[in-house]
Design a protein around this ligand. Structure first.
Ligand code: PBG
Length: 340
C-alpha cells in the first residue's frame, strides 16, 4: 500500500472549536480588506469659534491648538477644512455684548450671523456650513435660554426660549446656514424651529437635533472658548449622566418633531447611548467629541504619556464603530487628510 490513508490521521483530526481569528490579521493587506469600520474625511465636522472685535486669532488656553477666530481669520480656517476634505464646519460665536435675552443672536448684524456669511463665501459649496443654535454664548447669565425671574430661584423658561430659538433660526437661515445645531435641550425646540423655518420659506434648512446632550464636565474647556458667563449648571435641561433609556425618549421626540439628524454628546463617555440611538433610529446619527475630550488627550499627549497620532484615530474609529455616521471633533481639519 502506498499513498496517504485518509483514515490514518496524519493530518490530525479537525478539533471542534479550533478557530483561528488571528488568520485574518496576519498581513496589513488582509487587515485592510476585512476592516469593518471606515473613517473618511467627509465624516468629520470641524467646530470653529469666532469672536467679535478680535484683530487676530486668540488661542484658547485649555484647548492647545484651538483658537477663537477673528472675522478675518475665519475664511482661512474654512478654506483649510475644505482643502482637508472635511465634511462641514460648525460655527460658534462670541459677541462683545451679552444681555438677558441674548439679543446679539437674532441681530442680522450679530457676530454669528455675519460669520456665517463669511464662512459661506469661503466654503463656496465645498463643505456644509452649520451653526450652533443656542443662547448660552449670547446671554449675560450664560444659560441656554431666557430666565424666568418671578420665582425665588431663576429658572430657564422653556417656552419663552422657544420664541427666541425661532427668531435665531430665521436669522441663521437668512445668513446662509444650511444646518442648525439645536444644542439648547429645550423641550419642543425642533418643532418650534421647523415651524418657523417652513413658514418663512426655509424648508431646505436642515435641523440637527442634539437629541441626547448630557450635563457634562467634559464641556469645561468650551466654556473657556466662548467666554461663558455661566454660574451654576445646566442640570434642569441637559440630561443626567446616569440615564440611558431617557436618551431614547429624547431621540424619539426629536424625530417625531421633524429632526433631520440626531446627535449624541459628549461622545467617548456615551458610546452606549450612541449605539442605542443608532440602532433605534433610521435618521443619521452624529456624535460630538467635545472640548474636554480634546483637552484631556492633548494634555496627556503633551506630557508624553499617550501617543496622540495613534490615539486620535482610535477614538474616532470607536465613535464610528458605536454608530456615528459623522463626528464633530476639534481634530477634524488636522486628521482628515489621513483618512482620504
Ligand atoms: C451650547 C453648547 C455647548 C457645547 C456645544 N454647544 C456648551 C454647553 O452645553 O455647556 C459644548 C461643546 C464642547 O464642549 O466642545 N451652546
Amino acid at each position: 500500500m502506498t499513498g496517504v490513508d485518509p483514515d490514518a490521521g496524519q493530518f490530525g483530526l479537525p478539533r471542534p472549536g479550533d478557530r483561528r481569528p488571528r488568520r485574518l490579521r496576519s498581513t496589513p493587506a488582509l487587515r485592510r480588506l476585512v476592516a469593518e469600520t471606515t473613517l473618511q474625511a467627509r465624516q468629520l465636522i470641524q467646530p470653529l469659534f469666532v469672536a467679535e472685535g478680535l484683530a487676530h486669532p486668540k488661542p484658547v488656553a485649555s484647548m492647545p491648538g484651538v483658537v477663537q477666530h477673528s472675522l478675518a481669520s475665519l475664511p482661512e480656517a474654512v478654506n483649510a477644512a475644505a482643502d482637508a476634505g472635511v465634511g462641514g464646519v460648525m460655527l460658534f460665536a462670541v459677541p462683545t455684548t451679552k444681555d438677558g435675552q441674548g439679543t446679539a443672536a437674532t441681530d442680522p448684524g450679530g457676530i454669528l450671523n455675519v460669520a456665517l456669511r463669511h464662512a459661506n463665501a469661503a466654503a463656496a459649496g465645498r463643505l456644509v456650513v452649520m451653526s450652533d443654535l443656542c443662547l448660552d454664548e449670547f446671554t449675560d447669565h450664560g444659560h441656554c435660554g431666557v430666565l424666568r425671574t418671578d420665582q425665588a430661584e431663576p429658572k430657564v423658561d422653556n417656552d419663552a426660549t422657544l420664541l427666541r430659538y425661532q427668531a435665531m433660526a430665521l436669522a441663521q437661515a437668512a445668513a446662509g446656514s444650511q444646518v442648525l445645531g439645536l444644542s439648547g435641550m429645550m423641550d419642543g425646540q425642533v418643532l418650534a424651529t421647523r415651524t418657523a423655518l417652513d413658514q418663512a420659506g426655509y424648508q431646505d434648512v436642515v435641523l440637527l437635533a442634539y437629541a441626547a446632550k448630557y450635563a457634562s464636565a467634559w464641556y469645561g474647556p468650551f466654556r473657556d472658548a466662548v467666554g461663558s458667563e455661566l454660574d451654576g449648571d445646566r442640570r434642569t435641561y441637559q440630561q443626567d449622566p446616569a440615564n440611558r433609556r431617557e436618551a431614547r425618549v429624547e431621540a424619539g421626540l426629536d424625530e417625531a418633531e421633524g429632526a433631520d439628524v440626531l446627535m449624541v454628546k459628549p461622545a467617548m463617555g456615551y458610546l452606549d447611548v450612541l449605539a442605542d440611538i443608532a440602532d433605534t433610529s433610521d435618521l443619521p446619527v452624529w456624535a460630538y467629541q467635545v472640548s474636554g475630550e480634546y483637552a484631556a488627550i492633548e494634555a496627556t499627549a503633551a506630557a508624553g504619556w499617550l501617543d496622540r497620532d495613534q490615539l486620535v484615530p482610535e477614538t474616532l474609529l470607536g465613535i464610528r464603530r458605536a454608530g456615528a455616521a459623522a463626528i464633530l471633533t476639534y481634530w477634524a481639519t488636522e486628521f482628515a487628510p489621513r483618512f482620504g
